[in-house]
Design a protein. Structure first.
Length: 529
């Protein structure tokens, strides 16, 4: 480790000495992790704009504070380092270049779009125009250069998330402590909105960003009080995942479970805590069942798959199995505290998950192309891809590819302009009426959305950002466990994004964790060198 890094004995995670700039970055993170998710001004009206402007102002404040430090040269630690600093252009990483390329593509796409003003601010969409992308780039740049770990930031995130999750759970049973539903008259809107996040799909997105972090910290933190907070947050997160009633969260957290199981499988000391966390989460589902019973089962409703996890008695057997495995692992860890499992264990577990995913894709292909008649029951919404698949996501995805296929060569490269999906999809609005919608401003798949609005170059550069950040984090994770903590958040969001959408409510948090992955990777490279 470098001279600016020490091991925090309370958490077992590397904690860096502060510079003034890193203090301001952590203040920004603390605000984004605690105030931002809870912030609103007029209940659900304009909640997206509330979060949007909050993020912009918070970023502006961070930029001004760091600018003041730079101008006054009041950061003595940074000044000492600058004397022997390597030129900035020699320290650019693959992810840095990818982010720069993404901004360049978005800029070209905006300038040459049909309505540059719309593409710049994302007015016809969800404010995901070039303007917001530039702010994401600023946040990425500042965090990757000046971040240093402090455990209290993530304990605060866990504490705030408990409040968000609890509100979601209560809202599911029409308990509205903040009076968010008081001004709503449409029952469908009440059913679809929750907590201080907004739409239930965005609630699932929030869970996918935050819950992987608390699960991983519950395993890797050595301070018991911190682990208890992370366990509680994860338990409430699991219940909120059930009541949010969106399959995107199941996808994201399923991927996280697989990654963490593979990652922790070689060390018994970590594996025991992971199984304990999983057992606690499964038990929390049954606690939700008990709460539902006392509420007379009067709720907004829970989808079939989540109902299985909450109401089915079969889950008791699953809980028993996990509890026994947890007990055996604790016994093994007590007798062999430094036991390391053979490398074959994670390989076997990983192979099983990969084969399971392949089998799932084959099942979708089989029941969508070969056997289109068999009655699949509630599994039809998963396994039979057509226009109505995934709450008519199939309709939007299929026609998005039609639109892309009809694009000119230029538009295939640069798209129609950031967040201008509604403009090019307008000819297909009439078909949406068959499914109860009159319009849409996104594809409900971030990657298809980027393909249409920023073209092949935009999508490739965006995916390169994720690839670069994750690659660096995974390479650093063996020596710095923070890397895997941040990486699973990115993985979870990236998976759920296949059926969800980018917006300024949860995507800023995702960009923060992408930036944290790169920050840890940069710091580890500096230590190695």
């Amino acid at each position: 480790m470098s001279e600016n890094t020490k091991l925090n004995p309370s958490s077992g995670l590397p904690e860096n000495k502060y510079t003034t700039k890193s203090k301001f970055v952590n203040i920004f993170l603390l605000v984004m992790f605690t105030v931002f998710p809870l912030f609103y001004t007029d209940y659900y009206y304009n909640i997206r704009h509330d979060k949007y402007y909050f993020f912009l102002f918070a970023t502006d404040a961070l930029l001004l504070m760091l600018g003041a430090v730079a101008v006054t040269k009041s950061d003595s630690a940074s000044a000492k380092n600058e004397k022997k600093a390597i030129p900035w252009y020699k320290k650019l990483s693959f992810t840095d270049y990818a982010f720069g390329a993404f901004i360049l593509v978005c800029t070209i796409s905006t300038v040459f779009s049909q309505d540059p003003y719309d593409a710049f601010f994302g007015i016809s969409g969800r404010n995901n125009g070039l303007f917001l992308m530039l702010y994401y780039a600023v946040v990425y740049l500042l965090i990757t250069r000046f971040y240093h770990f402090k455990s209290y930031v993530f304990v605060a995130l866990a504490g705030c998330s408990i409040i968000i999750y609890l509100l979601d759970i209560l809202n599911c049973f029409y308990i509205d402590p903040l009076g968010m539903f008081a001004t709503l008259t449409d029952e469908q809107t009440i059913a679809n909105f929750t907590s201080t996040i907004g739409n239930k799909n965005l609630m699932s997105s929030f869970i996918c960003v935050v819950m992987p972090v608390t699960i991983a910290f519950s395993v890797l933190s050595n301070k018991r009080n911190h682990r208890i907070i992370y366990y509680i947050s994860s338990a409430f997160g699991y219940m909120a995942l059930m009541t949010a009633d969106s399959y995107s969260g199941i996808l994201g957290l399923g991927a996280v479970f697989a990654v963490l199981l593979v990652w922790f499988s070689r060390k018994v000391a970590r594996l025991k805590r992971f199984f304990l966390a999983t057992t606690i989460m499964l038990l929390s589902g049954k606690a939700l069942r008990l709460f539902s019973y006392f509420m007379g089962d009067k709720s907004k409703g829970i989808s079939e798959f989540q109902s299985l996890l909450v109401y089915s008695n079969v889950i008791w057997a699953v809980i028993a199995v996990f509890a026994v495995i947890t007990a055996l692992l604790y016994l093994a860890a007590y007798r062999f505290p430094y036991k390391t499992m053979p490398i074959a264990i994670p390989i076997i577990i990983g192979s099983i998950f990969v084969l399971s995913v392949c089998a799932m894709f084959f099942a979708v292909y089989y029941f969508s192309v070969i056997d289109t008649k068999t009655d699949l029951g509630f599994l039809k919404s998963f396994l039979r891809f057509n226009d109505s698949w995934g709450t008519h996501r199939g309709y939007m995805w299929i026609r998005s590819f039609w639109i892309f296929g009809d694009f000119s060569f230029y538009n295939k490269l640069f798209g129609s302009g950031p967040d201008t999906f509604a403009t090019v999809f307008e000819p297909y609005f009439e078909g949406l009426m068959h499914y109860g919608d009159s319009s849409t401003n996104c594809a409900h798949n971030e990657y298809i959305n980027y393909l249409v609005t920023t073209g092949i170059l935009g999508l490739v550069s965006y995916l390169s950002i994720l690839f670069g950040a994750l690659k660096g984090a995974i390479k650093s994770a063996a020596k710095n466990p923070l890397a895997i903590i941040f990486a699973v958040s990115v993985i979870s969001y990236a998976v759920q994004a296949t059926v969800n959408l980018a917006q300024p409510i949860t995507t800023p948090l995702f960009i923060i964790f992408v930036s944290l992955c790169e920050a840890v990777s940069r710091q580890q490279k500096a230590v190695n060198n």
